[in-house]
Design a protein around this ligand. Structure first.
Ligand code: WTA
Length: 635
């Protein structure tokens, strides 16, 4: 069976088959991949425990699908094109052959440093080709990677390293981001003070920032490579993995507690990342594909590394930011490498829009054929700007809805094949069965309805567990509605049956496409010495989609509110990272609470949104007076 559908009629027919005979459908999809041994059983599942197993008995190594199997036909084809932060520095191209060699080499480095199948490896690196190489090298030898986004603080890294009990860290001396130079190794050094499980740190040179190198623990990437270069055999045999062996852990925020380690497994994830990449983007051999995400997030895992490489695609990796040296950078990159497919975030589009059209007009964007967005709802204005100014009205836009827990696209147009509509993720991919449910968990049938978005049948790329705490996985995704995976998103199905994601219905914010738990931010704010308690909600933000609004009870602001605000922001940066910094901090004398002590977030959300005229029923509040005070002090 073909990974791609080629017409809307075929989509409808394949979709129907995928619902009626899901196992047969997925068997057909999985046959497009290289297995060392075919699976015995396609699917075993229940959403109660949950227990989901795909392709049991199958043996594979995902890197054989991403590298080895392309060598003969695509050995000289670019696998990765890398564009540096500074446009005056040379770009790099790694062909499939070169990438294969480098992955094998670094896999041997890991082995030399005692890394074994099943070990957890933390990767904290900027967007350089060595990041992709490190990920693939882990997968090659069956080590489990846990990539941590470069914007997280030492404390966040330490939490993640401890949770997964990582034995080795791969990092860089520093990272270039726009005009800034970020000392990554320093951050790792701070993190490792509380991480005794880490025995080795491999440090790649990038910025030549001075770094402390501890004897016995820290080694240079370049020195380690030299050691394996002298080995006669520079290949590295792939470890044979079971389909359900862990491939990676990626931490993501939920509505409660600390971020959880979402676990993906080898077989199902491989099939799902490859299938969705090929189908959604309708990738054709030779096309240059540019996903602007960071590999620190799921989008980069699935759609810079594993999905495109599994399909023999040319994946462009960009180290910098959209606005450096100016807001025309994306368009310069598109022109320079004749990019055919561009996949970016609504927040980037809105930010570039705000600089005016002069940066995009006159750029040679004639190579573009297909456009995509991911990570958050896109407003119509940004959709039209993308369509007109970037796509020149001739490129289909795929608004891809999915989550870290999903592994790959779930509801999305298929480029040029199925219809599109601004702000709509449209239709589920074949194999995906979305349902809308009401508060009571009753399935809402028919069209022209809204509800909470659930998925009622497993798919190969879905989360298997949260690392080290299976019960947490059950609670977070499978306990709200019986026998369904609950996404946490609200959704509308219009009269034509097209889906539009309306945003999170739980206490998770989506700030510039980054998921942030309000509870996490509150915990961080509460760590500031003068804070008694706080409540964090989102509010509409022109560029970021959502901004972070914090209501803070802090009796001693030392007569200087501004300074205290800055101190609180610094505290949040320390505890979580700069991405979670509150945009607004309002000091209040108390929070609106029910008699049982529960914070009425609904009221705070309305105030943060500037909708103070109708706050609904406040009579159940312990102290209704506090609402008036908060309203009048709103920022
Ligand atoms: C949101 C990112 C609207 C949604 C791949 C989801 C979207 C969360 C879209 C997952 C979209 C993602 N339209 N909302 N096309 N894509 N979201 O785990 O709220 O970082 O639950 O995965 O982003 O974020 P995550």
């Amino acid at each position: 069976m073909n990974l791609k559908v080629s017409s809307f009629d075929e989509y409808k027919q394949v979709y129907k088959q995928s619902v009626e005979q899901p196992e047969q459908f997925w068997d057909g999809i999985a046959e497009n991949f290289l297995w060392r041994k075919k699976w015995d059983k396609t699917l075993e599942w229940n959403f109660k425990e949950p227990n989901v197993k795909w392709f049991q008995g199958g043996k594979l190594n995902i890197t054989e699908n991403c590298l080895d199997r392309h060598l003969e036909t695509l050995g000289d084809t670019p696998a990765i094109i890398w564009e540096p932060n500074d446009p005056s520095e040379d770009h790099r191209i790694l062909t499939y052959r070169q990438l294969f060699d480098k992955v094998c080499q670094f896999a041997n480095v890991l082995k030399n440093n005692n890394v074994k199948k099943g070990d957890r490896i933390c990767i904290y690196m900027p967007m350089v080709p060595e990041l992709a190489i490190a990920i693939l090298a882990c997968a090659r030898i069956g080590a489990i990677h846990s990539v941590v986004f470069g914007g997280f603080s030492a404390q966040s890294i330490a939490d993640r390293i401890q949770d997964a009990d990582c034995s080795l860290v791969i990092t860089c001396d520093g990272a270039f981001r726009g005009a800034k130079d970020i000392p990554l190794k320093n951050v790792i050094d701070d993190a490792l003070v509380t991480c005794p499980s880490v025995k080795k740190v491999i440090v790649l040179t990038r910025t030549r920032t001075p770094v402390a190198m501890l004897k016995g623990r820290d080694v240079w990437w370049e020195d380690e490579i030299k050691k394996v270069e002298t080995q006669r055999n520079t290949t590295c045999e792939p470890e044979e993995m079971d389909a359900e062996d862990m491939l990676f852990i990626l931490y993501t925020s939920g509505s409660t507690g600390k971020p959880k380690g979402v676990v993906h497994t080898c077989g199902g994830y491989m099939v799902y990342a490859g299938y969705t990449f090929a189908n959604t983007f309708q990738y054709e051999p030779g096309e240059v594909y540019f996903c602007t995400a960071d590999i620190g997030w799921i989008t980069g895992h699935s759609y810079i590394v594993y999905g495109p490489l599994s399909q023999g695609a040319t994946s462009l990796m960009f180290e910098g930011i959209p606005t450096f040296p100016n807001a025309g950078r994306f368009w310069d990159i598109v022109a320079k490498f004749k990019v055919n497919i561009l996949y970016t975030a609504p927040t980037a589009i809105r930010s570039l829009m705000s600089f005016g059209d002069s940066f995009v007009e006159g750029k040679d964007l004639s190579s573009l054929k297909k456009l995509g967005t991911v990570g958050e709802p896109i407003n119509e204005e940004a959709w039209h700007w993308y369509d007109e100014k970037v796509g020149h009205g001739k490129c289909p836009i795929v608004d891809t809805w999915w989550q870290t827990e999903n592994g790959g696209h779930m509801i999305t147009p298929i480029a040029g094949i199925t219809p599109t509509k601004p702000g709509y993720a449209m239709l589920p991919l074949p194999g995906i069965q979305p349902v809308l449910v009401d508060e009571k968990g009753e399935v809402i049938e028919g069209n022209g309805v809204s509800g909470n978005l659930c998925i009622r049948f497993p798919w190969p790329g879905m989360i298997r567990t949260t690392y080290g705490d299976h019960e947490r996985c059950r609670q977070a995704y499978f306990a709200t509605y019986p026998d369904m995976y609950f996404t946490g998103d609200g959704c509308l199905r219009d009269e034509d049956g097209y889906y539009r994601i309306t945003g999170r219905v739980d206490d998770v914010l989506n700030v510039s496409g980054h998921r942030i738990g309000t509870a996490e931010v509150e915990n961080a704010i509460n760590m500031h010495s003068s804070v008694v308690e706080s409540a964090v909600v989102g509010y509409p933000h022109d560029i970021k989609g959502q901004g972070v609004y914090a209501f803070v009870v802090s009796p001693n602001v030392h007569g200087n509110e501004d300074l205290t605000r800055k101190d609180i922001i610094m505290t949040v940066s320390r505890i979580i990272g700069a991405i979670a910094k509150p945009d607004k901090i309002q000091f209040v004398s108390g929070l609106p609470k029910t008699r049982s002590g529960k914070i009425m977030r609904r009221i705070l959300r309305k105030i943060a949104e500037g909708e103070t005229s109708n706050l609904g029923d406040t009579s159940t509040l312990l102290d209704p007076g506090v609402v008036e005070e908060i309203k009048s002090g709103a920022l």
